[in-house]
Design a binder for this molecule. Structure first.
Ligand code: M6R
Length: 368
């Protein structure tokens, strides 16, 4: 049942190329237009949306953070992302032109469910991104995009997260198509880039041993920091969450630009810092990240960097370098998260922990 793997989690990490491919399947219609059959909202209703609020918990919340970057960039609609447990109790401003997007792998998370109930009372439309057919959250939503990860058994979300990212990108592109903020050619080109992702994820998985060897060096670590920027920031948060959950290790993710506002004081000799280096685009994001890495290294950190192939600028500042396939920054979470999953899984295994059933955690959190 675990396909020869020691843990369901490891099996699920290795299923990701298939899960991502399945979540993309059949979305392009014969007319060349993106189709999301499960969206039971009319184009007019979608065109009227002037604000999106994404609500979720844990790993699903990090998928929501990536969605914000994609939707705002491609659709020019303002997006807020909020933890479901906080949203409900702050008296949020909602109305009929607000789209609330609830992201939940299980579809049963109590905080997220309460949040969508509140949104519907305020007359907002609710769209669920969910992996579990017939679960409560999609049943109580106006529209659903199902991810096709297949059952996720490991308590730590892996393929659930990657397929949520796919659904978020598709939603963003769909809204761009309906609102006319992007041309069809451009949308098609991004869909092609998404279709290339399963092969890129496989490329990372084929080099899992590199990550495992690194992870085993850190069985005695007491703290690990994760740095990212832009779409790499939620990846850093996700990498840290995986380490907390599985290895019971203090881990924190930071937006690299925030370092000098406090966290850099944590850095001392030998502290492992995992750095998600953005793709080299036309903006300054990549260079700013490299200078952040330079700063932590100058203070003694051991920099473990994930950077795209051909990125030579990072080489002088990386103590360890794991190469990522060359993909656009917005899509990079689909490849950059994978080594971090492998890292946490292997480190927890080396510590002798139960990776599938970490202490104190449940797969589906059905109490508020
Ligand atoms: O089923 P959901 O996506 O609503 O679950 C949300 C969180 O409980 C979940 O992502 C949790 O953080 C995972 N254990 C992360 O690995």
């Amino acid at each position: 049942e675990k396909d020869g793997h020691d843990w369901f989690m490891r099996k699920e990490i290795f299923e990701q190329p298939r899960a991502v491919a399945d979540s993309l399947l059949g979305r392009m219609g014969a007319d060349g237009l993106l189709q999301l059959d499960e969206v039971r909202l009319s184009d007019d209703e979608l065109r009227d949306i002037d604000k999106i609020i994404i609500i979720a918990c844990g790993t699903s919340f990090y998928a929501g953070m990536v969605a914000k970057y994609a939707i705002e960039h491609w659709c020019r609609i303002p997006v807020e992302v909020e933890l479901a447990s906080e949203f409900r109790y702050r008296d949020p401003i909602l109305n009929y032109s607000t789209l609330v997007v609830a992201i939940s792998q299980s579809g049963e998370t109590a905080d997220t469910l309460q949040a969508i109930r509140h949104a519907r009372v305020q007359k907002s439309k609710v769209l669920a991104i969910c992996n579990t057919n017939g679960s409560t959250i999609p049943r109580e939503s106006d529209a659903v995009i199902y991810t096709h990860a297949g059952p996720e058994i490991g308590v730590a979300s892996t393929k659930g997260f990657l397929t949520q990212l796919v659904a978020c990108y598709l939603l963003a592109l769909y809204l761009a198509q309906v609102k006319g903020t992007r041309y069809g050619d451009e949308i098609n080109q991004i869909v092609r880039q998404l279709e290339a992702m399963p092969a890129h994820i496989q490329d990372v998985l084929d080099r899992a041993d590199e990550v495992y060897a690194l992870a085993r060096e850190y069985v005695d670590a007491t703290s690990v920091l994760f740095l990212g920027r832009h779409a790499g920031y939620p990846v850093a948060l996700e990498g840290a969450l995986k380490l907390k959950e599985l290895a019971y290790l203090h881990a924190e993710g930071f937006a690299a630009g925030e370092l000098k506002h406090g966290p850099i004081a944590l850095v001392d000799e030998g502290l492992p810092v995992l750095c998600v280096v953005p793709s080299r685009g036309r903006d300054q994001l990549h260079d700013k990240m490299v200078s952040g890495i330079q700063e932590v290294r100058a203070r003694g950190a051991r920099t473990l960097c994930l950077a795209e192939v051909g990125d030579t600028a990072i080489e002088p500042y990386a103590d360890v370098l794991f190469r990522l396939p060359k993909v656009p920054t917005l899509l990079q979470p689909l490849v950059a998260t994978v080594p971090l999953q492998l890292f946490a899984c292997e480190l927890a295994t080396a510590k002798g922990h139960d990776v599938d059933q970490p202490r104190n955690l449940a797969k589906s959190v059905t109490v508020e």
